[in-house]
Unconditional design. Structure first.
Length: 330
């Protein structure tokens, strides 16, 4: 029989790609959504839908009752919030509510629980910290702690910067370069890591299929296995635009000190508080962007998951830029 998989955050960037891949690989795929959730990238008629409210454990218990899932992939979460407390409300307490509901419903054989966390958590771990903690990273770390303390058989994945078609934050860089400007900050060399969305999906699928003794209870960092300078990504965007459009792309490169980014994020925070509208640059984002070292070790993922990155940055950026162009984002 087909394995039955439930995905939270299925309408999001990673979740929608995962839903497509799982369908193609023969799984029965259920998408946890809210009533207001856009289903733009969940249009396949083979998909099943289940309304879950992560803020209510009792609602989720009622919705899950009578439904037997083999695996739950928890990919829902917030990367931008108008208030710091919302990160904990959505990422930490939302995870706690889901875990509680699953534990209460599945009193015997429990589904494998895969948490999609983030490499940002390392800055909240004193022994691993490479930069300043963020509310986002701390909320994801606390979500990990909830899962580890549960009775669920779990796998935790920590992808670094995830990019690819449909992604909106890296898209802003593509959009800026398309408009002939490349803005960067900080004069100290920055080491970056990336992972293409299909490789994150690959890791999730291997977390589903690998024997329990190889992966359960383990945490895996994910990247494409390489390290890059801060300029590499923008250079590849320029190169991709030139190849796709068949013409030279001129770009004004602006490098500013970190205090300029600090000021922009400070005023961005004020704008968010006054308008209630989410924007990319805020105080929490500053701590992420100012970090100079994003290295991670993917050897455990290679050894235990059998994970091997298939898309390197040059190919991935080209795929992304082409998708943005084909879908009229640029």
């Amino acid at each position: 029989m087909k394995k039955k998989i439930l995905i939270t955050g299925a309408s999001g960037f990673i979740g929608s790609h995962l839903a497509e891949s799982l369908l193609e690989n023969g799984y029965e795929v259920w998408c946890a959504v809210r009533a207001t959730t856009s289903r733009k990238y969940l249009s396949d008629s083979r998909l099943h839908f289940l309304e879950l409210n992560l803020s209510s454990s009792s609602q989720m218990e009622e919705a899950l009752r009578g439904k037997k899932f083999d695996v739950i992939v928890h990919a829902a979460g917030a990367t931008k919030c108008t208030k710091k407390s919302d990160f904990y409300k959505i990422n930490t307490e939302g995870t706690r509510n889901l875990v509680t509901a699953v534990e209460n419903i599945y009193t015997e054989e429990k589904p494998r629980f895969i948490l999609v966390s983030s490499l940002s958590v390392i800055n909240s771990i004193p022994s691993e910290a490479l930069g300043k903690p963020t509310a986002y990273g701390e909320s994801k770390l606390k979500a990990e702690e909830v899962v580890r303390a549960s009775s669920l058989p779990f796998v935790i994945l920590r992808p670094t910067g995830v990019y690819g078609p449909r992604e909106k934050d890296y898209f802003l860089m593509v959009q800026s370069i398309k408009q002939h400007s490349d803005f960067s900050v900080g004069y100290k060399p920055q080491i970056l890591t990336f992972v293409y969305v299909s490789d994150v999906v690959q890791a999730i699928e291997k977390s589903i299929t690998q024997p329990a003794e190889r992966v359960l209870g383990k945490t895996f960092a994910l990247s494409d296995g390489r390290e890059y300078s801060s300029r590499t990504f923008s250079d590849l965007i320029i190169d991709s635009l030139e190849k796709i459009e068949g013409k030279r792309t001129w770009v004004l490169r602006i490098k500013a000190p970190l205090f300029v980014l600090r000021a922009i994020c400070f005023f961005g925070e004020i704008y968010i508080r006054l308008t209630g509208k989410l924007i990319t640059l805020n105080n929490d984002k500053y701590n992420i962007l100012s970090q100079r070292d994003w290295r991670c070790d993917i050897s455990p993922a290679r050894e235990f998951l059998g994970y091997e990155p298939k898309v390197q940055l040059e190919e991935g950026v080209m795929n992304s830029v082409k998708w943005y162009k084909d879908n009229k984002w640029i």
